[in-house]
Design a protein around this ligand. Structure first.
Ligand code: IPM
Ligand code: MN
Length: 350
């Protein structure tokens, strides 16, 4: 029996989460696994009503669950940073979800903004470190507000943190397919402390994986290759900040935020799955947002829980819908409403 904590969150989060849960229900019927859900109202609205983001007692409660399914966090009436650090990053850190796994897979060439790129050209996974780096929130102001002000923001990288991420990436690469190529994406030419540690650790761990081909690309060049030669990539491992940036570009080349899903993974603990597109406030309540990213996140969650067959089936259904039904992957242009897309997935899954 899987216990799923659901955080629908803000904006279009509840709409896409609802479709994701419909698909979870259908998948459980078809593949015979049992689950229960509990909804938690963490998000912008609750913060505006109560002043609360995420309490330590909430973390204790969430620890009882097999996984967390998140819609979106972000509210136009809340100052940037409060909900992000108070909820999303707090969850990632509290559960030590040290991997942010972001597959970049093009399902239909028609939805790719790059000319002449086909699904077989855009099929890679970014393993983003998810617990350290610039996201650690370390730093300080000196002489704040004065003309001599200095703002320091530290990228914090530990050998243990870097190594566990790199090891995960090697294991993942070994199992993913026959390409078995892992690219380290960094900035060794400028960030000579952090990326020296990353590069050394990468080279050392690589010695244990002779079957995996390794490569290195600077982060700026990586963004260039994403556009020019995305077919070069199989698995990419990178730090928290670079991973954040390159996966937005990754989402665009796979067809947009409407289809991009990710998992915040603690291989030994509670992991959290989410569409990576955010709360899209302007589409809230209109039943026009694309729920496929949330549905793919449910697929990733099932894969992670050990329901590989159900995960595979969901992906196949999504591929079919992206190829045969949808006019576009963008909100309001799909030719279907949010709930109709969810219904289609369910029907095809039957
Ligand atoms: C993401 C988001 C978050 C991040 C924000 C909302 C804090 O952009 O999941 O990529 O920067 O990690
Ligand atoms: Mn991001």
């Amino acid at each position: 029996m899987y216990k799923i904590a659901v955080i629908p969150g803000d904006g279009t989060g509840p709409e896409v989460a609802r479709e994701g849960l419909k698909v979870l229900e259908q998948a459980s019927k078809k593949f015979g696994f049992k689950y229960e859900t509990k909804v938690f109202d963490f998000g912008g609205q609750r913060y505006l009503n109560t002043g609360k983001v995420l309490e330590d007692s909430d973390i204790v409660e969430l620890k009882k669950y097999s996984a967390i399914f998140l819609g979106a966090i972000g509210h136009p009436d809340v100052k940037p940073g409060i909900l992000e650090t108070g909820i999303l990053l707090k969850l990632r850190f509290a559960f030590d979800q040290y991997i942010n796994l972001r597959p970049v897979k093009l399902y239909n060439a028609k939805f790719c903004p790059l000319r002449d790129k086909k699904p077989e050209d855009i099929d890679f996974v970014v393993v983003r470190e998810n617990s350290e780096g610039l996201y650690k929130g370390m730093g300080e102001f000196k002489s704040k507000g004065s003309s001599d002000e200095v703002a320091i923001q530290i990228s914090y990288n530990t050998r243990k943190g870097v190594e566990r991420c790199i090891r995960y990436a090697f294991e993942y690469t070994r199992k993913r397919n026959n390409k078995k190529k892992l690219t380290l994406c960094g900035k060794t030419n400028v960030l000579t402390y952090a990326w020296d540690l990353w590069q050394r650790t990468f080279n050392e761990v690589a010695g244990e994986y002779p079957d995996v081909t390794t490569d290195y690309a600077h982060v700026d060049a990586t963004t260039m290759w994403f556009v020019k030669n995305p077919e070069w990539f199989d698995v990419i491992v990178t730090d928290n900040m670079f991973g954040d940036i390159i996966t937005d570009l990754g989402a665009m080349i796979q067809g947009g935020m409407g289809i991009a899903a990710g998992g915040n993974i603690n291989p030994q603990g509670v992991s959290m799955f989410e569409p990576i597109g955010g709360s899209a406030p302007k589409y809230t309540g209109k039943n026009v947002i694309n729920p496929l990213a949330a549905i793919c996140a449910v697929g990733m969650m099932l894969e992670n829980l050990g329901e590989a067959e159900a995960a595979k089936a969901i992906e196949q259904v999504v591929i079919g819908i992206v190829n045969k039904d949808l006019k576009s992957l963008a909100a309001g242009k799909m030719g279907y409403s949010t709930s109709q897309v969810g219904d289609l997935v369910i029907k095809r899954l039957e």
